[in-house]
Design a protein around this ligand. Sequence first.
Ligand code: UD1
Length: 420
Amino acid sequence: MDERFIINGGKTLNGEIYVDTSKNAFLPILAATILCDGLIILKDFVALSDIFCMCDILKILGIEIKLNGKELQIDTTNCHNGKITHEFTSRVRASIFTLGPLLARFRNAVIAYPGGCKIGARPIDIHIKAFKTLGVKIIERHGYLYCNADNLKSGEVVLDFPSVGATESLMMCACLLNGQTILKNVAKEPEIVDLQNFLNSMGAKVRGAGSDCITICGVKKLHGGYYQIMPDRIVAGTYLLAVATCGGDVTIHKAIQAHNESLISFLKQTACVLNINNDKIRVKAKKRLISIDKIQTFPYPFFPTDLQPQMMVLQSVSKGVSLIQENLFENRFGLVSELGKMGADIVVKDRTALVKGVEKLYGADVQASDLRAGASLVIAGIKAEGYTTIHNIEYIDRGYERIEEKYNLLGADIKRIKIE
Ligand code: UD1
């Protein structure tokens, strides 16, 4: 069944909204439950297709999962090893997170290459090189990794690039190794701090997350327990950019300032008004905003690639010219052709987009090419004059829970249509 959004645009956004639990923190934490022995309860479940896919992978390993209201109950008592086939890994890139925990717990793993959003080549060479440094033997054959970890030992690993996924995989793996593992040049994203907090609350000894060096002292086993995962900083940033683009006055709850400093400092240059109080951000945008001269994506704490497309929509209707440079993923301008259909003036050369702000966008028939591009088209549709139809909205459901209902509560007019 095909689903689409039909958006009756030209609306401003007003009211209050709550940010859901972070998808990018939830996914590695689900993989980390493979390391635990017992019952793990994760609070504030968020119904995203990527999370359901990851749960399906855990079930192959004998892990029992039940949703009780907003609590996800994960029972790892009967967890065993298993082959993770292409059928599962093609659905979610985060499937690769299971590799580290499987190697630590069972000393052996067979897993197909990961899939996920088509925003670039997305190799896993950094993961593979790091595991080999710790003694894992890996044979790559017919789209699968055959891994033997009989000689897996704690040690020191320096990553060639601070990959988020590789940092998380290694942290998880090192938790059950004898001795101390030191990881250098690691990613500093808040989701990595959250993973450290989860692991430690289950009995691990990890320190340093949030800096570029993480130290893990191995323990014999991890136990079960309760955990509250952090709110989604990319969803919070998406809402901030939606209000800045469409205009209005919205208070965003569970939006943590420290997680979005780079976005907040950009927004302060645009003449929108921000009031920040604990984990609450009120954003007011009453008129057309001013363009930001240059925006570049870099690993945290700099401006995130996952907010670049939403930022592009804001720049496309701001006063002035903006240069957007995408440094993380080579295929992250999938939005440009679709925004062009809506009247935006954007020229792309290699990894740089020159965005000349226009007075208005107009409704059109457009395709979501990936998760964040899809979420950005929703913002463009709310802003645009007339009706916008967005196809391929299954991409949006990977990372935003019923996004149309959330925006409709703020005054948008979005319908989800099922086509048989
Ligand atoms: C995570 C996020 C994703 C975000 C990205 C960058 C999750 C589930 N996903 O993805 O939303 O866009 O961080 O902030 O947390 N690379 C290699 N070889 C590797 C690994 C990565 O070349 O082995 C490259 C990638 O192609 C990319 C860059 O490194 O150009 C960053 O990737 P990485 O930090 O690993 O992103 P993910 O963990 O896949």
